[in-house]
Design a protein around this ligand. Structure first.
Ligand code: ADP
Ligand code: MG
Length: 320
């Protein structure tokens, strides 16, 4: 049976990028890290529980990828540069094939983004993966949810609704790893470079973990504003459109979570600059609406608030 020390040595010592700003990494009682002078530290943590955030029997490499990806997406939404991660892993049993797959999935994404794994904790219990991610940004440059102003354009990166459709296929046992919807759920691509490029340009930003219909109102509430959306402009995931048809695909784009795209607002005078920067991005960006003074979310041309399907919520408020 693998000991905790063996697990750490075999699978986690090399599960991230090498960085010269890690003074003490895995193997001591705590990590010692050296942030660059004059930067603000940015910290995020997200936990994935089996059966809640991913179906039981999800391939371990995808779990490793997703556990880091959801945190990278949070840092992307702040415009931060990621640097260091810690990993708290709760395992039912020390299964070597599982650990190898998990570490492979984590490592590939960590190296892609230059993230070092600097510590963690390994315990026994129901499968649960918690990653904390640290990074930094220049003081005053954080992209917060507050700051959207009436007249700003509302934008999203990539396509929406693919991950929710992929999760449905997985739960129905109809998923295949070569198919784009399943991939969208299992292997989200956090928009880290785009988030950093939005610093000094976007007035507010949020990442789409719970669905546009839930996350955009969070941004608007923080900004003390509302918005009108053009439902025809929503960039629906092409495979979701083909599988589900327009109406269900649109519902998935609004209510389905797990897309990990960025939603952000840009002042009218900066929209040309946005278009110029977006030419270099790995994914398209789409203008889906406009910020307005009146609170709430409307579909364009309608005065009444949109009846939006709600995204995923863990703890519903009673009576809502
Ligand atoms: P302690 O009991 O002092 O907390 P541990 O035995 O838990 O020490 O951990 C030993 C070292 O291995 C520490 O540096 C810790 O950060 C690291 N570590 C433990 N589990 C993990 C993990 N899942 N991923 C990365 N590092 C880990
Ligand atoms: Mg410990």
């Amino acid at each position: 049976m693998l000991s905790e020390d063996r697990i750490i040595h075999n699978y986690f010592r090399t599960a991230g990028a090498e960085r010269s700003d890690v003074c003490v990494g895995i193997g001591d009682d705590a990590a010692v890290l050296e942030p660059p002078p004059g930067r603000n530290l940015v910290a995020a943590v997200d936990t994935l529980n089996e059966g809640v955030h991913f179906p039981a029997a999800t391939q371990p490499a995808a779990i490793g990828h997703r556990a880091l990806a959801v945190n990278l997406s949070d840092l992307a939404a702040m415009g931060a540069e990621p640097a260091w991660a810690t990993l708290s892993l709760c395992l039912p049993a020390p299964d070597e094939a599982w650990l190898e797959g998990f570490a492979d999935g984590f490592r590939a994404l960590a190296r892609q983004h230059g993230v070092a794994l600097v510590g963690g904790d390994t315990t026994r219990g129901p499968l649960s993966v918690s990653v904390q991610l640290l990074g930094w940004l220049r003081p005053g440059e954080a992209l917060t949810r507050a700051g959207a102003k009436p007249g700003d354009g509302v934008y999203v990166t990539g396509h929406l609704g693919g991950a929710a459709a992929g999760l449905r296929l997985l739960l129905e046992g109809r998923a295949s790893t070569s198919e784009p919807l399943t991939r969208a759920f299992l292997w989200p691509e956090p928009r880290v470079a785009i988030g950093q490029d939005l610093c000094g340009l976007a007035s507010a930003a949020i990442d789409l973990s719970d669905g546009l219909g839930t996350d955009l109102p969070r941004l608007l509430a923080a900004s003390g504003a509302g918005a009108s959306l053009d439902p025809e402009q929503l960039p629906l995931a092409p495979a979701a459109l083909a599988l589900l048809g327009a109406s269900a695909a649109r519902e998935g784009a609004l209510a389905g979570g797990d897309d990990y795209e960025l939603c952000f607002t840009v002042p009218a005078e900066a929209e040309d600059e946005l278009a110029a920067r977006a030419v270099n991005w790995s994914t398209p960006v789409t203008r889906i609406g406009c910020v307005e003074a009146s609170p709430g979310l409307r579909f364009s041309g309608e005065a009444e608030p949109a009846k939006l399907p709600e995204g995923w919520r863990h703890f519903e408020e009673k009576g809502s």
